[in-house]
Design a protein around this ligand. Structure first.
Ligand code: COA
Length: 129
């Protein structure tokens, strides 16, 4: 569970593990992800310029963030960003990399929150180890 960090504590984001979602309490707004087994990241892969990738060498599961949805009446108020904040913080805490399949995440959220770029799965080849 994550709360707004901007002082408006009325919006709470909940992790729905069973449905692989981060969602508002009323479930109307959500970020849908799927856990994907990408195999072990090759130990020989050159990720020395990316400490997060380096730290996660060997991570087998990534969060594929496939869809973000906010009801029309609540758009433009940062709710999708709040869902992403919770999802990226979760990925970070669980040492998972992220695939930003959702265009809102790839085209809007990540450019506005570049600190999370280090979590983006770069598609390094699988290891046979
Ligand atoms: N791709 C990239 N950016 C998008 C976008 C999209 N499909 N839809 C909206 N945005 C941008 C807006 O242009 C806006 O930019 P601005 O701040 O410069 O005006 C910004 O996202 C708004 O951010 P935020 O308030 O955090 O988002 P939101 O709570 O309004 O929700 C969506 C954004 C995309 C989740 C919402 O518009 C929605 O549910 N759309 C229908 C489903 C959809 O297209 N999902 C994205 C593809 S998976």
């Amino acid at each position: 569970m994550a709360e707004r960090a901007d002082g408006d504590s009325s919006t709470v984001i909940v992790w729905n593990k069973e449905r692989e979602r981060f969602e508002t309490e009323d479930k109307e707004a959500f970020l849908q992800y799927h856990l994907r087994d990408v195999g072990l990241v090759a130990a020989a892969a050159d990720s020395s310029d990316n400490p997060e990738q380096e730290k996660r060498k060997g991570a087998a599961v990534v969060m594929d963030m496939v869809h973000t949805y906010v009801p029309r009446s609540k758009r433009g108020m940062g709710l999708a960003a709040l869902l992403c904040d919770a999802a990226f913080a979760h990925a970070h805490c669980h040492s998972m990399l992220v695939i930003p399949t959702c265009t809102y995440i790839s085209d809007t959220y990540l450019p506005r929150n570049p600190a999370w770029n280090s979590l983006v799965y770069n598609g390094e080849p699988k290891s046979s180890m």
